[in-house]
Design a protein around this ligand. Structure first.
Ligand SMILES: Cc1cc2nc3c(=O)[nH]c(=O)nc-3n(C[C@H](O)[C@H](O)[C@H](O)COP(=O)(O)OP(=O)(O)OC[C@H]3O[C@@H](n4cnc5c(N)ncnc54)[C@H](O)[C@@H]3O)c2cc1C
Ligand code: SF4
Length: 332
């Protein structure tokens, strides 16, 4: 890590319209800057360079949380993770998201890091972050998936040449909440479900999202459907603070009396994208939340997993998190 970034032109627009004019004009040259907690690593390390940075920090219309007509929420992409964690509407309706945001990194990083940046951040695979010529960087090898590869943190599901995982805690929660993102460019607006916005290597091995050059993520929409449901979020990491997930679970349960009417069980850090555990969801829907249904769900949760040399532990860990989510979810 060096402490000087190479030269670039810095633009600081104060409206979305001005930012879109810049990203459209600069196209692939534009590096969008939010809280800088991922961007500055790349630029200070000099593993990436850019001719121009478009800093969104002064755009007030991209900040804040609003209730939408149907009872859901619209969250500005520049809202900090600290504000997400503390916001009364998020805590009241979608506590799952507040809990996930509260488990990101450290208070200082949450004060600077934004929701949009947390969703768009790049993978933390250290081979890639050190600038090697792996598949994701345009080369023809994965250094993590070799007999000597250090792959304790890497994927057990959904890999395709690249075995890196998504580092975003809020993405796991937002996948469970069926959220979508609003992407704006000068050509117009796209509203994309988060499950399609975040992509694995089989779809695009060079990027973790479907964001196109010139586009800005302006808003995260959380629909009302899971408002006030029973939630569970747990993140297991090597350290209690300042650490990425080894495995996490975000769960939501809508109840019909004592039975589960609908469920979302999403595991983080087991795949390149937040991974919906469909079989485990099916195992619990229509049943009571009990040791028995938790056991059934856990037993099918990671079917098809392909662990690497050093991450077999992720299988029982994910199964245990599924058991705990079904047993200990609270709310409603
Ligand atoms: C030491 C450390 C520990 C961390 N631990 C965790 C953790 O445990 N869990 C976790 O989830 N995260 C973790 N993070 C990530 C951090 O929380 C930030 O959320 C994340 O790095 C990026 O947010 P940011 O706002 O700083 O975005 P930036 O760094 O400014 O941007 C990140 C990327 O997103 C793009 N981008 C940002 N905003 C937009 C937008 N609105 N539209 C289009 N593109 C955009 C940028 O171009 C860039 O490519 C950690 C970071 C550090 C440095
Ligand atoms: S896991 Fe992906 S990012 Fe890491 S070395 Fe392999 S190809 Fe590169």
């Amino acid at each position: 890590m060096r402490d000087m970034m190479p030269h670039f032109d810095l633009y600081q627009p104060d409206s979305v319209a001005a930012a879109l004019e810049l990203t459209s004009r600069l196209d692939e040259q534009a590096w969008i800057l939010a809280g800088g907690q991922d961007s500055f690593d790349w630029l200070k390390n000099r593993t990436r360079r850019t001719a121009a940075v478009v800093d969104l920090g002064a755009i007030d219309e991209l900040k804040g949380v609003r209730e939408s007509a149907g009872g859901g929420l619209e969250i500005g992409a520049l809202t900090t993770l600290t504000d997400i964690e503390a916001h009364p509407l998020i805590r009241e309706k979608f506590e799952l998201l507040a809990r996930a945001a509260g488990r990101v990194a450290s208070p200082q990083i949450r004060n600077a890091g934004t929701l949009g940046g947390n969703l768009c951040q790049d993978t933390r695979c250290w081979y890639y972050r050190h600038g090697v010529d792996c598949y994701r960087a345009g080369g023809n090898i994965c250094y993590a998936d070799t007999p000597e590869g250090q792959n304790r943190e890497h994927a057990i599901l959904g890999a395709s040449r690249c075995v890196a995982v998504s580092p975003s805690d809020t993405a796991t929660a937002l996948t469970a909440l069926d959220a979508s993102v609003v992407l704006r460019s000068r050509a117009g607006e796209r509203i994309v479900p988060i499950s399609e916005f975040l992509v694995g290597p089989a779809i695009n091995i060079r990027a973790m999202t479907t964001l196109r050059p010139g586009e800005i993520l302006t808003t995260v929409r959380v629909p009302a459907i899971w408002s006030g449901a029973m939630f569970y979020f747990e993140k297991v990491a090597d350290r209690a603070a300042w650490d990425f997930a080894l495995v996490s679970i975000a769960a939501a349960f809508r109840m019909d009396g004592k039975r589960v009417a609908d469920a979302r069980l999403v595991a983080g850090a087991v795949a390149c994208v937040p991974w919906r555990l469909h079989a485990a969801e099916r195992a619990v829907v229509g049943r009571e939340r009990s040791e028995d249904s938790a056991e059934r769900a856990a037993s099918v949760a990671v079917d098809g997993a392909r662990p690497l040399n050093y991450n077999h532990f992720k299988i029982p860990l994910t199964e245990n998190l599924v058991r705990r989510a079904i047993r200990d979810a609270q709310g409603a």
